[in-house]
Design a protein around this ligand. Structure first.
Ligand code: GRF
Length: 212
């Protein structure tokens, strides 16, 4: 079986990157992580990649005066690698429409809430303020609207009385580490596809659900 070539984009600690690296080393994995790019030079995820023997590079967004120039430089770096799939793993940049449309259907993100609730930042604080009792994380296709692409999979976390945003962040992160390898495997193997703005799972509309 030819494995899908995955390029991972990061901005920080890279704990999701690490779980994807570990999962990719299983015999049954449908993908190899072939390249990692960070937009921040101090991202610890760069060291994780190097320790795993994966080529890692930084493209510092601060070196670009305009967003569109950063987007074009990143697209050029990506196209040099020719990946089958681009995985955002804690990649904290909003990319322009040209960049997003270039890779639509082969670019995915993980977000720390049960979308469509709480797109954007500070999701754990907002979930507590809203009084929801179930929270979690979502893997979705990257499309032009921020955190709006069709859902590939979700993992739920029960909110307990007295939970703080940090408590929730820690429990959701555990679920992110369960969910992301399953979703990347589904996309890399061709089981999950983006068709007319919906996720098709083995040919039927649907997605992956995990309960913590
Ligand atoms: C995760 O919570 C992810 O959902 C969010 O940023 C965090 C990244 O964590 N977008 P890490 O860099 O994978 O450790």
């Amino acid at each position: 079986m030819t494995k899908a070539r995955v390029l991972v984009l990061i901005s920080g600690g890279g704990s999701n990157l690490q779980t994807l690296i570990d999962a990719s080393r299983a015999a049954e994995s449908a993908y190899d992580i072939v390249h990692v790019i960070s937009n921040r030079p101090d991202a610890y995820g760069l060291q994780r990649a190097e320790q795993a023997g994966i080529t890692a590079r930084c493209l510092d967004h601060k070196a670009f005066k305009e967003r569109s120039l950063f987007d074009a430089a990143l697209a050029q770096m990506i196209d040099e690698v020719c990946p089958d799939l681009i995985v955002y793993a804690g990649f904290m940049r909003i990319m322009g429409a040209d960049f997003v449309s270039r890779y639509e259907g082969r670019m995915i993100n993980i977000h720390p809430s049960l979308l469509p609730n709480f797109p954007g930042l500070h999701t754990h604080t907002r979930a507590l303020e809203a009084g929801v009792t179930i929270h979690g994380c979502t893997v979705h296709w990257v499309t032009a609207g921020v955190d709006e692409g069709a859902i590939i999979g979700q993992a739920g976390v029960l909110i307990k009385p007295g939970d703080t945003p940090d408590d929730l962040a820690a429990r959701v992160l555990v679920q992110e580490h369960r969910l992301y390898p399953v979703c990347v495997q589904a996309v890399a193997s061709g089981s999950a596809k983006l068709v007319d703005g919906r996720t098709m799972l083995d040919g039927k509309p649907g997605g992956i659900a995990l309960l913590g």
